[in-house]
Design a protein around this ligand. Structure first.
Ligand SMILES: [Zn+2]
Length: 492
């Protein structure tokens, strides 16, 4: 069933190197984004400080004005007293009238100054309130900033640790590559923003999408020697070819996957024992999914979903789970749903569909899926065929959904890196469903995919950009016409 894959030892080393380099690129991009985050935090604190300074300055101005008007009032009152004293001493009626006029003028000035004084007193209250509010705001901003800086520091430390580990991994990877070949690889990497190797799939270069001529593919399939490299005639990347191998029978669990994989690399190709390590860590999925359309690597703002399916008995009672994080690492979805009697693989696909549905209905444009199911990942990457009639409709729907994203990557992680989703799936098996009810795959009750029934199936759907997006997978042949009976059940 499994054919020997004509990936030579040198190519495998280069693929390992590329896998490390892609991850290094990602971690370095994460690290490089941190100073901007710190600057943003600092800017928020600076804005708070400047707001407080402005409030205080306005408060001070009011206090000064108030003193000035108080002084004005006193001076005018003093003049009124002086004129009144003079009134008792005047001899003529004209002089008396003139003084009376002065008194009236001064009293008018007093009234004006008192009005302004009153105005300033009202202002002072407002400015006192503003200063207090600014002080409170600044305190909150500074407190939040402390938390944010600590988080950024932790991110920095984690990224630096990842880089150190990846650099060690890189050193191991390059140990098996001759120097001239390494130079060659570096040149292509520089030219193509990190991706020097491209898989030949469907007779096309996996990176630039141009046709690879049949005789080149024939030669690649024949080539078993370490020295022979083939290049894409269009983009000049180094090509590799993996013989498609079927492993899609339901029930083939990760253990069988691993041993099959080890057989391919270990026994069949006669690789030294250290290559078995490489076999267990297959090339990073992103390597293949990078393309010229996104030359600078993944866009910023990638959501990450860890998914898992579980079945007790396989087939038996099954459940699936999704843990989705936003680009800042904040969990935005924790979902666990019980299925009927199903296989592990079916449950894995339900988890994938739930994650894709959620992302599609929440305007998420860039998504990375992490799964510990090698079968699911390799099938979604097009490396394994999907023959199982149980999986085929699920696979087709998932593939269709992935095309809606601007950036989509699915990658295999070890079981221990998928603990959260694994725990949620088991919790769902024990306790039933939890998580948001809308826009995620609803539990399927009983097994058969298409079941004749006296009751028509009823599903929820969301209307997005003129298209109905079903909340649970709909297993219908392509182009089937259905009758929609629309009821608004908006639940928000
Ligand atoms: Zn190419």
């Amino acid at each position: 069933m499994l054919e020997c894959r004509p990936v030579t030892k040198v190519l495998q080393n280069l693929l390992d190197l590329q896998s490390v380099d892609v991850r290094l690129h990602e971690v370095r991009a994460r690290l490089a984004a941190l100073p901007k985050k710190i600057a943003e935090v600092d800017a928020r604190v600076a804005t708070g400080k400047s707001a407080l300074e402005q409030s205080k300055a306005a408060q001070l101005t009011t206090i000064k004005e108030r003193k000035r008007y108080e002084l004005d009032v006193e001076q005018w009152k003093e003049r009124v007293r002086k004129y009144r004293d003079q009134t008792s001493q005047v001899k003529t009626n004209e002089a008396y009238k003139a003084l009376q006029h002065e008194v009236e003028m001064a009293e008018a000035e007093i009234a004006k100054a008192e009005d302004r004084l009153l105005e300033q007193m009202v202002n002072a209250e407002e400015y006192d309130r503003r200063v207090k509010a600014s002080e409170k705001d600044l305190k909150e901003v500074e407190e939040a900033a402390r938390g944010q800086r600590a988080k950024i520091d932790a991110e920095k430390a984690a990224a630096e640790k990842d880089i150190a580990a990846l650099e060690a991994e890189r050193a191991r990877a390059i140990a098996g590559i001759p120097e001239n070949l390494l130079d060659h690889y570096d040149r292509i990497v520089r030219k193509h923003n990190g991706i020097a190797l491209a898989e030949v799939r469907n007779e096309k270069c996996g990176a630039c999408g141009m046709i690879v001529r049949p005789h080149v593919i024939q030669e690649m399939r024949r080539a078993k020697g370490d020295d022979e490299l083939f290049h894409c005639e269009t983009c000049t990347r180094i090509l590799y070819y993996i013989e498609p191998s079927e492993s899609g029978a339901p029930g083939s669990g990760p253990a069988q996957q691993a041993s099959a994989s080890a057989a391919v690399h270990g026994e069949c190709c006669g690789l030294p024992p250290d290559m078995n390590r490489a076999a267990k860590t297959p090339p990073h999925a992103s390597a293949r999914l990078f393309s010229d359309s996104s030359p600078a690597g993944p866009p910023s703002g990638v959501h990450v979903a860890n998914i898992d399916g579980a079945s007790r008995g396989n087939p038996g009672p099954a459940a699936y789970a999704v843990v989705m994080r936003d680009p800042d690492g904040k969990i935005i979805l924790e979902l666990g749903k019980k299925l009927g009697r199903d296989t592990n693989n079916v449950a894995e696909y339900y988890a994938l569909l739930a994650a894709l549905d959620y992302a599609a209905t929440h305007d998420i444009r860039a998504l990375r899926i992490r799964s510990d199911s090698e079968l699911l990942v390799r099938q979604m990457q097009g490396r394994y065929k999907v023959k199982s009639p149980d999986l085929k409709p699920l696979y087709e729907r998932a593939s269709k959904l992935t095309r809606q994203f601007e950036y989509f990557v699915i990658e295999h992680v070890r079981r221990e890196s998928n603990r959260e989703a694994d725990a949620l799936a088991n919790l769902a098996l024990d306790s039933g469903a939890f998580g948001p009810p809308a826009s995620t795959a609803a539990p399927r009750t009983e097994a058969p995919a298409v079941r004749p029934s006296s009751h028509p199936p009823r599903i929820r759907a969301r209307f997005v950009k003129g298209v109905f997006v079903p909340a649970s997978p709909v297993e219908l042949p392509e182009d089937t016409e259905v009758l929609l009976d629309i009821r608004n059940i908006q639940n928000k």
